[in-house]
Design a protein around this ligand. Structure first.
Ligand code: FAD
Length: 315
């Protein structure tokens, strides 16, 4: 059995594994895809002390750093269930998916760190996948400055969409916020701020139907006016999709306390509702989903797991 088993191999999981292994305890990482969202990222300009890197390069560096230590890395393994210990200080079980729908292996550990991350909800329209990282973006904190002086659209009029539009309006030339519904759903104070900005247009009752490009980069957007049924075209260089971030926690429902959005509820030490089970990164209720934040949270969770281990007697 492991002392610490990390589930998820993104920035949070990698940091947790390094911090745990440095305590000289038996550490394992099971990850569906080691590297996580970082693998899908191109330019990264806010990883402090590294002015510019690219996702695949950072993901390789994460893996290399973890391999500096005696960590059992189990890549391409998807966890399907968590079974809490039956007695205080007992072993926690993580079940893995098997091949062809058959039940897979099961791993046991004295503590577990959940760091399964999240995924952005996609619009599912033509052009979105094709121009991902070529004008289609999901994270204004990450990619906003790449659109300095350009025209962008923000899709989604909830709090995250309106916050993104306000943030981007300070960087880019022009923002068009597009909302499917007849009205914005963001907090009134955010809407007021948005409407006070001179370089923002808001379009409601609009359904984005296609992202248009020139083969290399985004060149515009097609949307349908849901009242008249008419199609319109916007000329722009960027599209920020802000219609939800979905935590990868479906497999934990009913075992670990989740927020209404499905995020794992953690305290400031990364402790979840289950004894000996900690969590970190985008899968949790931590505010702001960023690489450096996930790494900090992963480190916190590992130190908390170690603290838990030295306080519970070895069964
Ligand atoms: P993730 O990176 O999502 O990793 C989750 C891990 O868990 C993966 O290994 C995954 O395979 C695994 N996993 C999921 N489910 C299971 C399961 N059931 N069993 C086993 N393993 C599982 N942030 C920045 O700071 N700067 C940027 O420039 C930036 N750009 C971004 C660009 C894009 C396109 C995207 C999508 C995100 C970007 N982000 C950026 C956000 C950043 O990538 C995330 O905040 C960060 O990766 C979160 O780390 P994490 O470890 O919590 O989760």
């Amino acid at each position: 059995a492991f002392d610490v088993l990390v589930v998820g191999g993104g920035p949070a999981g990698a940091a947790a594994a390094v911090y745990a292994a440095r305590k000289g305890i038996r550490t394992g990482v099971a990850a569906e895809r080691f590297g996580g969202q970082v693998l899908d990222t191109m330019a990264i300009e806010n990883f402090i002390s590294v002015p510019y890197t690219e996702g695949p390069k950072l993901a390789a560096a994460l893996e290399q750093h973890v391999h500096e230590y005696d960590v059992d890395v189990m890549n391409l393994q998807r966890a399907t269930a968590l079974v809490p210990a039956t007695e205080p200080g007992g072993l926690i079980e993580v079940r893995l998916a098997g091949a062809d729908g058959k039940p897979g292996a099961s791993l046991k550990s004295r503590s577990v760190i959940l760091s399964t991350g999240a995924r952005w909800r996609q619009m599912g329209v033509p052009g979105e996948d094709e121009y991902r990282n070529k004008g289609v973006a999901y994270c204004p904190h990450c990619d906003g400055p790449l659109f300095k002086g350009k025209r962008v659209a923000v899709i989604g009029g909830g709090n995250s969409g309106v916050e993104a539009a306000i943030d981007l309006a300070g960087i880019v030339r022009h923002v068009t916020l597009i909302e499917f519904d007849g009205r914005l759903r963001a907090d009134e104070v955010l809407q007021r701020k948005l409407r006070s900005l001179p370089n923002v247009d808001v379009i409601v009752s609009a359904q984005t139907t296609e992202v248009i490009g020139d083969g290399k980069r985004v060149a515009g957007l097609l949307y349908k006016d849901r009242d008249s049924g008419q199609l319109h075209r916007l000329e722009l260089e960027g599209v920020f999709v802000q219609i939800g971030l979905l935590p990868n926690t479906e497999w934990l429902k009913g075992t670990v306390e989740l927020s209404p959005r499905g995020e794992i509820v953690v305290d400031d030490r990364g402790q979840t509702s289950v004894p000996g089970v900690f969590a970190a990164g985008d899968a949790t209720t931590v505010p702001y989903k960023q690489i450096v934040i996930a790494m900090g949270a992963g480190s916190t969770a590992a130190l908390s797991a170690f603290d838990h281990l030295i306080r519970t007697s070895v069964p």
